[in-house]
Design a protein around this ligand. Structure first.
Ligand SMILES: [Zn+2]
Length: 399
């Protein structure tokens, strides 16, 4: 009986996600098993946060081969949404006003290829495969749009670029994204969009005509979840963010000033909900904290290159990357031999963002982390200099 009830609930919740246009707002549903709320924010220099984006347009008809103008309008939408330049188009309940926050993240077309050649940041691939955006290789389940050999377009180094693939989809999903550190997606990290929801299309009357799908999916890519979490129901902190009210399930369609569930008014117009584009217009402080934490730990390489500014200056060597880290019986040894700075901090975070070890600088620049009490897992080592911050993932094994 209980199983039957559960099945009905699951069918109901899946049905709710469909909009009136028969498209689904988002296909990003799997929440990584090691997800956790942020317990301590790291300090970081926040003058400029720039993310280079490469768009892979993989088309099988001219209609799918959307223009540079549409791409540029999409870039403008995400830059506005992540910098709150566009006016709030709907009034918010007063108690939500104070929770609105601006990520302060700027996106640019990747102007330098991984090979150091100049680029427009827009790749066009003509494919014979229809609806390639949701086709998978039968042998290994790989997404065909993400692989040149399968008729798609292989990613640029996903640690250095945000790869956004655009193509036709037959599954009705507007977009999906990978979360940081998904072990199944390291080679294909990025976002896939239906070509029909890309860019600003004010003359279309569809519900996905204002480019908000990419705004929503980038937040997933930066470790932000749907307000109701991974399943419908009234659970505390189901999205691991304290300042979004508990919400039973997704909201779709037009905005509603009385949207409420689980005993409180819901943020149905939050970017992470499923409303029509015209109804989505803000992030909260807690959501922004998750994005920034991600960018300064697990996705740090993304913002540490000079790709956006287009300067040809060589990127200074990363002291953590060149450090010959040694795995020992009882932990790891970290000799930061290239460091000349006298004052800095070195800290170790688990994948939930919790600090598990910290040290101030010593004159030898040599550190030892004891693994007693630390589960075998991947951790993020963060080196904070006065004006620079570096991170490196390391595997800690209990011997
Ligand atoms: Zn989503």
């Amino acid at each position: 009986m209980r199983a039957a009830l559960l099945t009905i609930l699951i069918i109901l919740s899946n049905t709710l996600i469909y909009s009136q246009d028969n498209k689904i707002r988002c296909g990003t549903s799997k929440v990584p098993v090691n997800s956790a709320a942020i317990t301590e924010l790291i300090s970081y220099p926040r003058e400029v946060i720039e993310i280079p984006v490469v768009f892979h347009i993989v088309y099988s008809s001219e209609e799918e081969n959307i223009s540079d103008e549409v791409i540029m309008s999409q870039l403008e939408v995400i830059n506005n949404d992540y910098n709150k330049k566009s006016p709030l188009t709907k009034s918010l309940p007063a108690k939500f006003d104070k929770k609105v926050a601006t990520p302060g993240i700027t996106f640019c077309l990747a102007s330098i290829r991984p090979t150091a050649d100049a680029s427009s940041g827009i790749i066009r691939i003509n494919t014979r495969i229809e609806n390639i955006a949701d086709q998978v290789n039968k042998v290994d389940g790989e997404r065909m749009i993400k692989d040149t050999e399968l008729g798609g377009s292989s990613p640029w180094n996903p640690e250095r670029y945000l790869n956004v693939w655009i193509g036709s989809r037959s599954d009705g999903i507007t977009g999906d994204a990978t979360f940081p550190d998904d072990p199944e997606e390291t080679e294909t990290d990025g976002i896939v969009l239906d070509y029909q929801v890309v860019g600003l299309r004010p003359n279309d009357d569809g519900p996905f005509n204002l480019g908000k799908t990419l705004t929503h999916e980038i937040a997933h890519y930066l470790n932000v979840f749907h307000p109701y979490g991974s399943e419908t129901g009234c659970f505390n902190d189901d999205d691991l963010v304290a300042d979004t009210p508990n919400q039973f399930g997704p909201y779709f369609g037009k905005c509603d000033e009385d949207a409420s569930s689980c005993g409180s008014r819901d943020m149905d117009t939050n970017f992470m909900n499923f409303r029509d584009d015209e109804c989505l217009f803000f992030f909260t402080r807690g959501q922004v904290d998750r994005m920034i934490q991600t960018l300064f730990t697990t996705r740090y390489e993304l913002i540490s290159s000079n790709t956006c500014s287009g300067s040809q200056k060589p990127i200074p060597p990363d002291p953590l990357k060149v450090a010959p880290i040694l795995s020992l019986q009882n932990g790891i040894e970290i000799p930061l031999t290239t460091l000349t700075e006298q004052s800095y901090t070195l800290a170790l975070y688990d994948m939930a963002g919790k600090k598990v070890w910290k040290s101030n600088s010593n004159p030898e620049h040599r550190y030892m982390i004891d693994n007693i009490g630390l589960p075998s897992s991947i951790y993020v080592l963060v080196l904070q200099l006065e004006n620079q911050l570096y991170s490196r993932k390391i595997l800690m094994n209990q011997n």
